[in-house]
Design a protein around this ligand. Structure first.
Ligand code: ADP
Ligand code: MG
Length: 294
């Protein structure tokens, strides 16, 4: 029988990117870049977001691809234009190749869905984010802000995640992936999932205590207490990360986080009283199918 810590370590590894997933992401990246070249003058493209930071959970969805447009595209898509003009053009370009039923417009990106063909190591969707370079960072369309554009610096987000991971004995990114797995297994009470990561920058205080159940119990308890605070962009450029959560969304998220905290306390109690199998099953109910029972 696995101990709880062994099970959490296995869970963490189950959520790591495989070579096959990385190869698939990079193949799609090249393909999407090719399609985007048909519609735009692109100066560079790169995979970014939680995929690039190694903080994404599975199955792999919504991998972010930044397509940085050349400045000569600004008169057409940026200067005095609403963000929908650029997002609409990206949508059209991608739909010409993938079909409009597989392409949809989001707040800051256009999503392309792919069939997994039954292979769970295929990436099932990508978020194509058109961007303009702006000084040392980027500007991306954002239909939910009044200006219509959001400044962002993925490099700073990546540096902060790496620093947090190093300070936390190399366990921080794994814990973020596991927390996001909890969110998915519970109908995403916390939105966007990036918020769980931004909260972890403050909540997971080093050093790592060596015991996953206790670390998660305290993470969920503190996250429940603090979910209704304003959580600014860690790079200090974009709008608050939880700007789309309503008061009612926050109340639901708080309750879900409290439930998670209680469930972990119960699981710890089960293993203390010799019911290790029941304890692992409780963790699996909480964190979903990637949590191992053996
Ligand atoms: N409010 C924000 N301000 C600035 N940048 C943001 C904001 N929200 C998200 N980002 C950046 O955009 C990336 C992609 O966003 P999203 O797909 O929602 O998150 P993730 O890929 O981390 O799950 C994030 O990883 C982060 O670097
Ligand atoms: Mg993303």
């Amino acid at each position: 029988m696995l101990t709880a810590n062994e099970a959490f370590r296995k869970f963490r590894s189950n959520l790591e990117l495989t070579q096959k997933e990385q190869d698939d992401a990079s193949r799609r990246q090249k393909e999407i870049r090719g399609v985007m070249d048909d519609g735009f003058n692109i100066s560079e493209d790169f995979l970014t977001g939680s995929y690039r930071r190694w903080t994404k959970t599975k199955p792999l969805k919504d991998v972010d691809i930044f397509c940085v447009l050349h400045n000569d595209e600004k008169p057409k898509y940026r200067d005095g234009k609403q963000p929908g003009v650029l997002l609409g053009a990206v949508e059209q370009t991608l739909a010409a190749k993938y079909g409009s039923s597989c392409v949809s417009r989001q707040r800051r990106a256009v999503t392309v869905e792919f069939s997994s063909g039954g292979d769970d190591e295929r990436v099932v969707s990508f978020d194509v984010v058109p961007a303009f370079a702006k000084g040392d960072h980027y500007e991306i369309p954002d239909t939910a802000t009044t200006s219509g554009w959001t400044n962002t610096n993925p490099k700073i987000h990546a540096e902060k995640a790496t620093a947090a991971n190093n300070a936390f004995g190399g366990e921080w990114k794994g814990m973020v992936r596991m927390a996001k797995s909890w969110n998915r297994a519970n109908d995403k009470p916390v939105r966007p999932s990036f918020l769980l990561e931004v909260m972890a920058l403050e909540i997971l205080r080093p050093p790592f205590g060596g015991d996953f159940p206790y670390e998660f119990m305290s993470y969920f308890a503190t996250a429940a207490d603090r979910i209704d605070e304003v959580w600014p962009d860690p790079a200090g450029l974009g709008p608050p990360v939880n700007d789309t959560m309503t008061a009612s969304d926050k109340a639901k998220a708080k309750q879900a986080l409290i439930n998670a905290h209680h469930k972990i306390r119960e699981a710890i109690q089960l293993s203390r009283t010799g019911r290790s199998g029941d304890s692992l099953r409780a963790y699996r109910e909480l964190f979903g199918q990637y949590f191992p029972l053996s």
